[in-house]
Ligand binder design. Structure first.
Ligand code: FDA
Length: 306
């Protein structure tokens, strides 16, 4: 049943007609549990509230199915406005972006030009850090290539390494000398057994290995997980190798394990909440439901008792 629901919601997440229609609906069906709002002011207000709870943030302007140069440029413009709004408001947040949203599937040059525009603005706004989210395996190689290119000119850019990929450790080594800030995750997409560990236990093992590798390389790790076992493992590494707390942070998604986020911050750890916002909320919301069918029960309960 769990696998059926997972595939069902992943299938729904890719439906373009529903995706387009959802933009006109407003945040519905409980999506506001996972999405901070439709506009930049909504997002800034959410960041402000989270900052007051001792949490820092990264903002993600949701966007899927970008097919034209104009749409890619508009998405980049929106990211730039977000960077400026973060800076002007003084809230504690940085930015996460997806290269497909910036035109990667249309033209690599267009995407890199958009990325450079965002990084230039971020540099002017207090050298704000911009993270490139990692998408599916089909985009992984080119994303790493673009990161290498950008690292020649910018020190405020990083990306994400997915532990389920066999190549994860090699990718970490390939950028080691740049002392790049990497977000380490288990990996969210459905990948083939030719490139990724099919079993969860192997993914968890590899996740621990790459966290240790990156931290012992002396580089900054953003450990993005809701898994208590992994969080405990990082705390053990911290003690065993005297890793300073300035060398890592925990990250979690907005609306997921919110109390744990606050508890970790109270223990003195840096905790960053990934805060998505925007009218293109539908695909993101469906993927969160796919991740954990228990969320469906939660959403349905709220839906029928309203
Ligand atoms: P796991 O899935 O094993 O879950 C551990 C526990 O966490 C569960 O038992 C449950 O209690 C809780 N939990 C997990 N998901 C939940 C949910 N939806 N609702 C409620 N509870 C839940 N992936 C990627 O491929 N590219 C990327 O760029 C990113 N970026 C990213 C940023 C941030 C800040 C986070 C937290 C995650 C990502 N991911 C990602 C997603 C990541 O790869 C992974 O799919 C999810 O984090 C789920 O894996 P966990 O490590 O949380 O463990």
């Amino acid at each position: 049943m769990e696998m059926f629901l997972r595939n069902f919601f992943l299938f729904l997440s890719k439906n373009r007609t529903l995706n387009r229609s959802a933009k006109r609906w407003g945040l519905r069906f409980g999506a506001n549990r996972f999405v901070a709002g439709m506009t930049i002011p909504d997002a800034i207000q959410t960041v402000r509230d989270l900052n007051q709870k001792g949490l820092v943030c990264t903002l993600d302007h949701l966007g899927e199915f970008v097919f034209s140069e104009q749409e890619a440029n508009e998405a980049a413009d929106y990211c730039i406005k977000t960077v400026e709004a973060i800076h002007a408001s003084g809230v504690q947040s940085n930015l996460s972006v997806k290269l497909t949203q910036l035109g990667l599937d249309i033209s690599r040059d267009l995407c890199v030009a958009n990325m450079r525009r965002i990084l230039d603005t971020a540099k002017k706004c207090g050298n704000m850090f911009v993270r490139i989210d990692m998408e599916d395996y089909a985009h992984n190689g080119v994303t790493m290539e673009i990161l290498h290119e950008l690292l020649n000119d910018y020190d405020n850019v990083g990306t994400v390494i997915q532990a389920y990929l066999f190549k994860a450790a090699d990718d970490i080594e390939s950028v080691k000398q740049h002392r790049v800030n990497l977000r380490l995750v288990k990996g969210a997409y459905k990948e083939s057994a030719e490139v990724a560990f099919p079993n969860k236990a192997d993914v968890d093992d590899n996740y621990k290995k790459i966290i240790k590798q990156h931290l012992l390389n002396g580089n900054y790790a953003a450990v993005a997980t809701h898994d208590d076992n992994i969080i405990e493992y990082v705390k053990e590494l911290e003690k065993q190798y005297q890793i300073p707390r300035t060398q890592f942070e925990f990250q979690m998604l907005y609306g997921i394990r919110s109390q744990s986020q606050i508890d970790l911050a109270k223990e003195g750890y840096k905790v960053r909440v990934y805060v998505p916002y925007g009218d293109d909320w539908y695909g993101y919301f469906m993927r969160r439901l796919a991740e954990r069918p228990a969320n469906v029960a939660f959403i349905l309960k709220g839906f029928f008792t309203r």
